[in-house]
Ligand binder design. Structure first.
Ligand code: G1P
Length: 271
């Protein structure tokens, strides 16, 4: 059963400067709602009961967003504004499910995952990268179903332009299970076009087993001097762990770049 999700939130958000110079990118509004709330809604709707936020001291603002009870209580007492009451109830609903752990050095996604080791209770857990929004269809829910059927790890994926493979983790597959699902035989973090085994990119939804932690402990730094989850996943695949690439059917929005962030508001407004 997958009941826990982890969300790395300690990234610096440099691609969104100057918006992120004093503000956490995950709190930036997308069509009137902080990006992180879309991710939380996806988790909760997929049956997740505990969500672990990996933040840093610099991203304390994210914790404050969910712990601003005094402000809401005072305002509600004074004004009894139904909109504020509704918003506060929503924040409380989220807060009950969120736990915080810290990653104070930006050492990469792999390092962020390792910080959650002692909190993960079951064999499998979900990870969502907050830059990647998937709208219209709950990708996490579909991946959990797939995991139940095959007892495998799962990564969301989509086909990308061959010239952009160096932006993503790229995988090759050894077997097609059906039109949407593929057994992964190898994965490489942000390859050059000439080294890329395909143009199938990994998108920010992962179902991982807790076996990843012992590999992450020994994981050496990779591209850009960071510890990449992709490199540890590669080791697991080499050690015969079953990983499925799931070509999701929702609409993908990349909120981690400036053009993508601007576009996400326009797209969500149209939904
Ligand atoms: C991360 C992963 C990469 C994956 C991408 C999906 O990269 O390292 O493998 O394809 O997320 O968004 P980042 O966006 O942190 O550079």
């Amino acid at each position: 059963m997958i009941k826990q999700a982890i969300i790395p939130l300690a990234g610096l958000g440099t691609r969104l400067l100057p918006l992120t110079s004093v503000f956490a990118k995950e709190l930036l509004p997308i069509n009137g709602k902080p990006g992180i709330e879309y991710i939380l809604d996806e988790c909760i709707d997929a049956g997740i009961s505990e969500i672990i936020f990996i933040i840093s001291k610099k991203k304390e603002m994210i914790r404050k967003y969910f712990y601003n009870d005094k402000l809401y209580k005072t305002l509600i007492k004074k004004k009894k504004d139904p909109r504020i009451i509704k918003e506060y109830k929503k924040i409380l609903k989220y807060k009950k499910k969120i736990k915080f752990v810290y990653q104070n050095k930006p050492l990469g996604t792999g390092n962020a995952v390792l910080k959650t080791k002692k909190f993960i209770k079951n064999k499998y857990f979900l990870m969502l990268l907050p830059d990647d929004l998937i709208m219209r269809r709950n990708c996490s829910k579909d991946m959990i179903k797939l995991h139940k059927k095959y007892k495998a790890s799962v990564m969301a994926s989509m086909t990308v332009n061959k010239n952009n493979v160096n932006r993503w983790g790229i995988y090759s597959s050894s077997k097609k299970l059906n039109n949407q699902n593929f057994i992964i035989s190898d994965v490489i973090e942000k390859p050059n076009t000439k080294d890329a085994p395909s143009n199938n990119a990994v998108i920010g939804r992962y179902i991982l087993s807790n076996n990843i932690f012992k590999i992450l402990k020994k994981q050496k730094k990779g591209k850009g001097g960071e510890i990449h989850i992709t490199d540890s996943i590669k080791t697991m695949i080499d050690n015969k762990s079953l990983f499925i690439g799931h070509k999701f059917s929702g609409k993908y929005l990349d909120c981690g770049s400036m053009s993508g962030y601007i576009n996400s508001t326009l797209q969500i407004a149209k939904l």
